[in-house]
Write a protein that binds this ligand. Structure first.
Ligand code: FUL
Length: 499
């Protein structure tokens, strides 16, 4: 009986679908009425490799080289390689610390401005191979890349274009040298998720003994297009950083603070590092290119370890603030954790990282939307796959969206009891482009809606701390959108604990 009823229902459903489809334009004929077409993407769009990078959200920098032992931030390039002498280098401790901190990857300074290579490059003597560490047979890049793999996090390298050691810096021969080194890193250490091209360029240095000032024209000297081609060819999935991309951009400061707003788009065509006046901090809207921001900042005042800064490690609360203003503004956070002279992350820094993780987890652990009723004002084709439920399924690829033309919809979250909200989280379905241009949230109070937050850009993720609001209902209003909104997630949380 059940089978017959099921079959009958299925047959009736099919007929209804056929009749309805007959009434639709032929391009829609392949779709059933229960599955209206997804909204068209709104360009510019992220590439698959950029989408993967967006998902990382929080990863770390490891600044480690001769500077760690000479107590400098910028080595001159004349260091005796024997100064590089970690007493207890432990790549597993470093990668494990990052993993426990919740980082998705680490980027190692394979070569900083001093030109000293943490791997035994075949093209220079200024490297670990001439240090006493591991009897001159050590390779920090190898140990770090292996440890990252063991700990299940991704690995990337920083290769400074400015090289204060190399005799040819400033001449065409240096570019060949630089590219040979890049090839070593891209071919000998397994997959890299990123190559990070620093923007500090030229100035005085050792330069093979010349000890002089060498200025270069950073718009032409490096022929970046040629270098980027090598990365694309040898490591097609890797994303590249420079202050203007090509895959992600600098946020314009080293404090880790993204602009408000911080659009993922920028108006650059042939972006040349160092030669742009684009608004890196806020991005540009509308923008011709998808070029999202990375916020880089150190857990200490300097990028390298200095014992004198042991008392100035950022607190968990400071790190959480930075998180809200970086990841919480649609950017990625690249937090530097410099190893000390042992070659390990100091305990003070580890404690700060653990406290920061606890703050994040406590703040974002219990989404009040989970147990609430979600009432979207409009749903695309009335289809469940585009319905309000999608904003709380924890899947960044599913989303609530509306019919064409419905650009400013609302969605109400009804808790059924008074709750106190202190932190708001929003996410757009990034594969469809950045579509929402303004939004606001209200609380229901004294029989009317009262605004509690508003903003413009959302992108990968928005986190907004608000004055605690106790209410039974919250309303999200999309107030401006370039194309029908595609909201992937909405989170409402209790006020985060102060540390
Ligand atoms: C800057 C460099 O000059 C600093 O030493 C550091 O590496 C930072 C991440 O980038 O441009």
């Amino acid at each position: 009986m059940m089978i017959i009823a099921d079959n009958w229902l299925a047959a009736a459903g099919r007929w209804a679908a056929v009749l309805l489809l007959a009434a639709l334009p032929s391009s829609r004929a392949a779709l059933s009425p229960a599955a209206p077409a997804a909204p068209a993407p709104h360009p510019p769009l992220p590439t698959p490799r950029q989408l993967q990078w967006h998902e990382m959200e929080y990863y770390g920098f490891v600044h480690f080289t001769v500077n760690t032992f000479t107590d400098k931030e910028w080595g001159y390039g004349d260091e005796d390689p024997s100064v590089f002498a970690p007493t207890d280098f432990d790549a597993d401790q470093i990668a494990g610390t990052a993993r426990e901190a919740g980082m998705a990857g680490l980027i190692l300074t394979a070569k900083h401005h001093d030109g000293f290579c943490l791997w035994p490059s075949a093209y220079t003597e200024h490297s670990v191979k001439n240090s006493r560490w591991r009897g001159g047979r050590g390779d920090v890049v190898r140990e770090m890349s292996d440890a990252c793999r063991r700990h299940g996090i991704r690995f990337g390298v920083y290769l400074s274009p400015w090289d204060r050691n190399h005799a040819d810096y400033g001449r065409p021969a240096y570019i060949e040298y630089y590219r040979r080194q890049l090839r070593e890193l891209l071919t000998q250490y397994g997959p890299l998720f990123t190559v990070w091209f620093d923007g500090a360029n030229g100035g005085d240095g050792y330069y093979g003994g010349a000890r002089e000032r060498r200025n270069i024209d950073n718009r032409t000297y490096y022929d970046w297009a040629g270098t980027w081609r090598i990365v694309r060819e040898l490591m097609p999935d890797a994303v590249m950083f420079s202050d203007v991309g090509p895959d992600f951009r600098w946020v314009g400061n080293e404090r880790g603070i993204a602009g408000e707003p911080c659009w993922a788009t920028l108006n650059i065509g042939d972006g040349v590092p160092g030669g742009t006046r684009a608004n890196l901090n806020q991005g540009e809207r509308p923008g011709t290119h998808w070029l999202p921001a990375e916020c880089d900042v150190s857990i200490r005042p300097g990028w390298f370890y200095h014992a004198a800064e042991d008392a100035r490690v950022k607190t968990p609360a400071q790190l959480f603030d930075i998180y809200l203003q970086s990841v919480g503004r649609g950017a990625c956070l690249n937090l530097n954790i410099p190893p000390d002279r042992r070659g390990r992350i100091p305990e003070i820094d580890r404690r700060a990282l653990a406290g920061f993780r606890r703050l994040r987890e406590a703040a974002l652990g219990a989404n009040l939307v989970a147990g609430a009723r979600i009432e979207p004002g409009q749903v695309r084709g009335g289809a469940a796959r585009f319905g309000g439920e999608m904003v709380r399924d924890g899947d960044r690829n599913t989303y609530w969206t509306t019919d064409e033309g419905v650009l400013t919809p609302e969605l109400v979250v009804a808790f059924g009891r008074p709750v106190t909200v202190g932190l708001i989280e929003l996410r757009e379905a990034l594969a469809l482009g950045q579509r929402i241009e303004a939004f606001a949230l209200d609380q229901w109070r004294d029989q009317r809606w009262i605004e509690i937050a508003s903003g413009t850009s959302i992108g990968n993720r928005r986190l907004i701390r608000i004055e605690p609001a106790t209410t039974e209902r919250v309303r999200l209003r999309i107030t401006r959108a370039a194309a029908v909104p595609a909201l992937a997630e909405l989170g409402l949380y209790a006020p985060p604990a102060a540390d």
